[in-house]
Design a protein around this ligand. Structure first.
Ligand code: FAD
Length: 371
């Protein structure tokens, strides 16, 4: 998603663009994501810069979706549906109250709802709901439709997309990038190279040690369900301790998601399906009537501070990172594409997500051995 969106925006600035993907563009984590655009629900104390970036990207989403529809004819399923966060017991209600207080301090729009009001808005909710939080500005989109639209939009704009064309290494001449070497051994010249390889970004060869970034895979499994009788079970995104249900608005629902530190493993497990269904059906019993369409696993590109890595690589002119979007890559797609396209065109923007925040400190004076 990230690479495709950058390709589209870079073409709009008149740059020549070629995209190489080892598989089908849009088939990585982006095809597994639930598609929540949720800066308010995801807000954490101590992550103000990420919140600001997420809010800015959420603001850009309606126009981004409309532009994609205008140029490709694909409706990407942007739904201004809002989000409801619910607590199931006393402990969860206390935790939710703390979340309300944090959002109030951050000036974010939320409202505490009594269970009766929550159930009036979403009648499928179980009577066991203890407390709810209305988050009117967190919405959703269908990431698979977005990726399909971005492929069309990037191609129509003149970007060249190569599928099944894995990149083995970045090629540098001293401190300047000169292109990439593909898995098939061919070398492609380029004045600038953007690495947008998601959870695999740190595996590329040829990146000097000083320029490398700490991106790791964080596995997530989601279950896709279908209501053959159509939409209506849930209108809003529903979130709860450890999970969520995202309605697509057409009778399809995404239940997510596990968070697993298991390297590049993408096995789908019975345990994950069980946990996702157990938690979701406690709150929305009607979920158990739905048909199972798919269980999918993907790899979030995680970073040590949960923020993305955007822009110039340390010490290698022409090499840029656009990776590490962790849990919010779909949300952050519009703003990332605009920031990276601007930087490619020679207009670097100010933001808190430069790669150099992970640079190792310069070695200090040699330690004096103890007598
Ligand atoms: C279960 C789950 C739920 C999620 N839910 C949400 C959500 O609700 N909202 C949200 O905002 N985000 C969500 N995310 C996070 C989001 O999916 C990611 O942050 C985002 O998709 C990252 O996009 P990307 O383009 O960087 O990576 P990817 O989508 O993984 O794409 C990377 C691409 O790089 C290609 N590639 C890798 N290595 C190479 C190579 N050497 N050469 C060529 N190509 C290569 C891959 O084939 C792939 O196409 C979720 C993630 C998961 C796993």
């Amino acid at each position: 998603m990230i690479g495709l969106a950058i390709a589209w925006r870079a073409r709009a600035r008149g740059l020549g663009v070629t995209v190489f993907d080892g598989r089908d563009p849009g088939s990585g984590a982006s095809s597994v994501a639930a598609g929540m655009l949720a800066p308010v629900t995801e807000a954490e104390a101590g992550e103000r810069a990420l919140l600001a970036l997420g809010m800015e990207s959420a603001r850009r989403w309606p126009a981004f979706a409309a532009e994609l529809r205008d140029v490709t004819g694909v409706d990407v399923g942007y739904r201004a549906c809002g989000t409801l966060v619910v607590a199931r017991d006393g402990d969860e209600a206390e935790a939710l109250d703390r979340e309300v207080a944090l959002r109030e301090r951050l000036g974010l729009r939320t409202a505490r709802l009594l269970p009766s009001e929550a159930r009036r808005r979403e009648p499928a909710l179980a009577p066991s709901v203890r407390l709810a939080l209305d988050v009117p500005d967190d919405h959703a989109v269908d990431p698979r439709l977005v990726a399909a639209a971005l492929v069309l939009a990037a191609r129509q704009a003149g970007a060249v997309l190569h599928t099944g064309a894995g990149v083995r290494s970045v090629v540098c001449d001293g401190e300047r990038v000169t292109g990439v070497a593909l898995e098939d051994g061919s070398v492609v010249q380029a004045g600038q190279v953007v690495v947008a390889a998601g959870a695999w970004s740190a595996l590329l060869e040829g990146v000097p040690a000083s320029a490398q970034v700490p991106v790791r895979p964080v596995k997530g499994q989601t279950l896709r369900l279908l209501d053959p009788s159509g939409p209506g079970l849930l209108e809003r995104v529903l979130r709860y301790e450890g999970g969520y249900i995202v309605p697509r608005g057409d009778g399809r629902y995404v239940l997510g998601a596990t968070v697993e530190e298991r390297g590049f493993d993408t096995a789908m497990t019975a345990g994950a399906a069980y946990e996702l269904l157990r938690d979701a059906s406690e709150l929305v019993p009607g979920i158990l009537e739905l048909e199972i369409e798919e269980l999918v696993a993907g790899l979030r590109p995680g970073t040590p501070d949960n923020g993305p890595i955007l822009g110039a690589a340390q010490g290698v002119a022409g090499l840029l990172w656009a990776t590490g979007h962790f849990r919010n890559g779909i949300l952050l797609t519009p703003v990332t594409a605009d920031l990276i396209a601007a930087e490619l065109a020679g207009e670097p923007a100010e933001h808190a997500f430069a790669a150099d925040r992970f640079a190792s400190p310069a070695p200090g004076p040699a330690a004096v051995p103890a007598p």
